[in-house]
Design a protein around this ligand. Structure first.
Ligand code: PRP
Length: 212
């Protein structure tokens, strides 16, 4: 029996782009385009099984070996530090992790800074590196509301186009780190399915060169 390569794709537009890259790399699975409710697709002939998962969950599937490889955002890799191999920066889904606040915000260093974010580890590490005392407020979404309602002084969040900040009258104060999508692999899978994974890695690197 042929070994199957299990690939976790981030659900959404980024995932569709990424699937096209896997297809070009020699792992097509045409049925994936036919059904938008099903979550698992298989092409036994090519030895590949794809599944759509929430983008922030891809690294969990890969770390635990439910997926051999997948594509995850650098934000998730920095926040959760999963024990995986980061193989390639795909240059897709580009955005940045930033500190934002209301236009009239002035940092009063005598006070503990209240920081609202989904990314508590990234935010803590950033302010630790600056020696700034903070009080982390963990939120699950709509972070931009926090400074407006006085729940926090600043937010640490993803900024892509900047529209969400603008619409809520917030300004970027600092960029913490640029973010993009990464091809990641389970460490054991990389040992045992290395030739297939390397084929994908090489093809994706070549596809990126071509599109430059
Ligand atoms: C992210 C982020 C911002 C928004 C930034 O949220 O949290 O709210 O995108 O994008 P922009 O700069 O292009 O406006 P996302 O849509 O990923 O959903 P979330 O609220 O679940 O984080």
């Amino acid at each position: 029996m042929k070994t199957m390569l299990n690939i976790a794709l981030p659900k959404g537009r980024l995932g569709e782009k990424v699937y096209a890259m896997f297809e070009k790399a020699g792992f097509p699975c045409p049925s994936i385009k036919e059904n938008n409710r099903k979550l698992i697709f298989e092409n036994e002939e090519c030895g590949v099984r794809y599944f759509w998962v929430k983008p922030s969950d891809v690294a969990i599937y890969v770390e635990r070996g439910a997926a051999d490889i997948g594509v995850a955002g650098k934000d998730i890799l920095l926040e959760y530090e999963p024990d995986i191999y980061e193989l390639l920066d795909l240059g897709l889904g580009k955005c940045r992790m930033a500190v934002a606040a209301k236009a009239d915000f002035r940092d009063d260093t005598r006070k503990t800074l209240r920081v609202a974010t989904k990314f508590t580890n990234i935010a803590s590490a950033y302010y630790r590196s600056k020696g700034r005392d903070i009080d982390i407020i963990h939120l699950n979404g709509s972070i931009e509301i926090a400074p407006i309602l006085g729940l926090s002084d600043v937010i640490v969040d993803i900024v892509e186009t900047g529209t969400t900040l603008k619409e809520n009258n917030l300004l970027v104060y600092d960029t913490i780190v640029p973010i993009s999508a990464r091809l990641i692999a389970n460490k054991t899978s990389y040992k045992f399915k290395g030739s297939e994974i390397d084929q994908i890695l090489r093809s994706m690197a070549a596809q990126m060169e071509e599109s430059k």
